[in-house]
Design a protein around this ligand. Structure first.
Ligand code: NOJ
Length: 483
C-alpha cells in the first residue's frame, strides 16, 4: 500500500514536513475543545527534553577535547554492548543547529544539556580550551535564538581521564578540580544560562562506576572506600554550588539532577505512606538527605559501622549549601511497606512478572512521579522541583510507512505525566519536566540498542525521525495537559 493510502486508512494525514503529520486530525483539535482538561498543568509549566554530552555529541577527537573515562571504558573490549562507543553518537557536535530547529518545531520550551568537562579542561585543570568554550557558547546562543531556555548540567559522567588517574571521585584534589571547572564554566555561560545543575545522578556514576564496575571507570572498590567516595562526591557537589555562585555573572539558580530512590508506598494507606516517608530519607541518606539536612542519618551510619565515612562538620556545612531547586530523575518506583524494625520500613521487591520497558531494569511505576516530588517537598521543604529526566527505552522499529509507532513509550509517558499532574494539582511545586531523551543516543554500557529518544536516529545516516511519542509530547506541550 502506498504511504498516502496507508495514512488515510489509519486516519493519519500527511503534513508538509510538519511534526504534527502523525497526529490523527481528530486529536488535532484546539486544546480548549478537548474535554478532559482535568490534567491541565499550571500556566508557565516548562516542558523540555534532556541529553548529555557523551551520549549525543560525538566528535571526541575534535575541538581540542581531552580524553574522558568513557572514551577509555568504551574502547576497552567487552565493556559495552557490541563494543559500542560514543565516538560519533548523534553527531550533535555538528548537527545541533538542525536539532534545535527541530526542537523549536516541536514546541520545546527548554533544553537540558551537559558540558563535557574534557572539552573545557582537556587536562582536567589548568588552561581552558577556547574551542570548547566556543562550542557551548554557540550552543547556548542557538537555543536562545530559537526561544528555548538552556538548563546546564556540569557533570554528566564524562570525567577527564587524567583526573581518574589521580583517583577519580575518591580524590579530594578531584573534588576541588570540579569546583574550579564549575566556577569557570558557570562564569562564561551565566550571562545567558540561568539554571545550573552541578551533577547528574551521583548514585549512578558512583555506584555503577566504582562499586559494580559496569560503567566507567569500571572499578569495584569495596564498601568502605565506596562510603568515603560517596562522601567525597557530595562534598564536591557542595564546593561546586559555591563556585557557581561565586563566578556567576548575574542571578542564577543552582541545583542538581538526582536520581533519588522514589520510595513509593506499596499501597496507599497511612502506614505504608509513613513507611515511604521514612524510606525516602534512609534510601537517599548518602546523597539527597545529607545534602538537604547536612547530616547523615543515624541509621545510615549504624548500618555502615566501621565502614562509615570520615567527615568533619565543616564538610557537612559545605555539602548542605542551599540550593535553589532540586531536579529529580525518575524512571522507576521503589516500593516499600511498613515494618516493625529500626528503620520503620522495608523494601518490597518486585516479582519476576513485574512489567518493564525494553531495558530490564526499567520497571513501570508511574506513581513514583507523584511520590518522589511530593515526599521531597514534604520532608525537606524544597520549593522548586523539576523532573530533570523521565522516559523509557522501547524496541522501536520503522514501520512500512516510515513512521515509528512507539505505543509503549506513549503509554509510559501518559501514565507518568498523569501521576505528575496529581502532585502538581495538590500544590507540590514542580515547575517543569524534561523528557529523556530528545534523541536516541548512546545508552552507556547498553550501547545503541536501547533507544530512549522520542526522535528516532538512524545511526548509519544520522537521519532523525520523530516517533509517535514525539507527536504525543508535542500535543502535551501545545495544550499544557496530558493527552
Ligand atoms: C539516567 C542518565 O542520566 C542518562 O544518562 C541515561 O541515559 C538514562 N538514565 C536512561 O538510562
Amino acid at each position: 500500500m502506498d504511504r498516502r493510502k496507508f495514512l488515510q486508512t489509519t486516519g493519519l494525514t500527511l503534513g508538509a514536513g510538519s511534526l504534527s503529520s502523525l497526529v490523527p486530525s481528530v486529536l488535532r483539535a484546539e486544546p480548549e475543545s478537548v474535554a478532559h482538561s482535568a490534567t491541565k498543568f499550571p500556566t508557565g509549566f516548562l516542558w523540555g527534553s534532556a541529553t548529555a554530552s557523551y551520549q549525543v555529541e560525538g566528535a571526541v577527537h575534535e575541538g581540542g577535547r581531552g580524553v574522558s573515562i568513557w572514551d577509555t571504558f568504551s574502547h576497552t573490549p567487552g565493556k559495552t554492548a557490541n563494543g559500542d562507543t560514543g565516538d560519533v553518537a548523534d553527531d550533535f557536535y555538528h548537527r545541533y543547529p538542525q536539532d534545535i530547529a527541530m526542537m523549536k518545531r516541536m514546541g520545546l520550551q527548554t533544553f537540558r544539556f551537559s558540558v563535557a568537562w574534557p572539552r573545557i579542561f582537556p587536562n582536567g585543570t589548568g588552561k581552558p580550551n577556547q574551542q570548547g568554550v566556543d562550542f557551548y557558547n554557540k550552543l547556548v546562543d542557538t537555543l536562545l535564538a530559537a526561544g528555548i531556555q538552556p538548563y546546564c548540567t556540569l557533570f554528566h559522567w564524562d570525567l577527564p581521564q587524567v583526573l581518574q588517574d589521580k583517583g577519580g571521585w575518591e580524590s579530594r584534589e578531584v573534588a576541588h578540580a570540579f569546583a574550579d571547572y564549575s566556577g569557570y564554566t558557570a562564569g562564561f555561560l551565566s550571562d545567558r544560562v540561568k539554571n545550573f545543575m552541578t551533577m547528574n545522578e551521583m548514585r549512578s556514576f558512583a555506584m555503577i562506576g566504582y562499586r559494580d564496575g559496569r560503567h566507567a571507570p569500571g572499578l569495584q572498590i569495596g564498601r568502605k572506600r565506596m562510603a568515603q567516595l560517596n562522601h567525597n562526591v557530595v562534598y564536591a557537589h557542595g564546593l561546586s554550588v559555591g563556585a557557581i555562585r561565586a563566578h556567576a555573572k548575574g542571578p542564577v539558580k543552582v541545583g542538581l539532577a538526582d536520581n533519588l530512590e522514589a520510595a513509593t508506598p506499596c499501597i496507599e494507606i497511612p502506614e505504608h505512606i509513613e513507611a515511604a516517608r521514612k524510606g525516602m530519607r534512609e534510601l537517599n541518606a548518602m546523597y539527597q538527605t545529607v545534602i538537604q539536612e547536612g547530616r547523615y542519618t543515624d541509621h545510615y551510619l549504624k548500618t555502615l559501622g566501621p565502614d562509615a565515612p570520615h567527615f568533619t562538620q565543616e564538610e557537612l556545612d559545605i555539602i548542605k549549601s542551599p540550593l535553589d531547586f532540586v531536579g529529580i530523575n525518575c524512571y522507576t518506583a521503589h516500593y516499600v511497606r511498613a515494618a516493625d524494625n529500626d528503620a520503620g520500613f522495608v523494601s518490597v521487591p518486585n516479582p519476576s512478572s513485574y512489567p518493564h520497558m525494553y531495558s530490564p531494569w526499567l520497571t513501570v511505576g508511574p506513581e513514583a512521579l507523584y511520590w518522589g516530588p511530593k515526599l521531597s517537598h514534604e520532608l525537606w521543604g524544597i520549593k522548586e522541583i523539576y523532573i530533570t529526566e523521565n522516559g523509557c527505552s522501547s524496541a522501536d522499529k520503522i514501520a512500512e510507512d516510515g513512521h515509528i509507532y512507539d505505543t509503549d513509550r506513549v503509554m509510559y509517558l501518559r501514565n507518568y505525566l498523569t501521576q505528575l499532574h496529581r502532585a502538581v494539582a495538590e500544590g507540590v511545586p514542580v515547575k517543569g519536566y524534561f523528557c529523556w531523551s530528545l534523541l536516541d543516543n548512546y545508552e552507556w554500557a547498553d550501547g545503541y540498542d536501547k533507544r530512549f529518544g522520542i526522535v528516532y536516529v538512524d545511526f548509519a545516516t544520522q537521519k532523525r525521525t520523530p516517533k509517535l511519542s514525539a507527536h504525543f509530547y508535542e500535543s502535551v506541550i501545545a495544550s499544557n495537559e496530558v493527552k
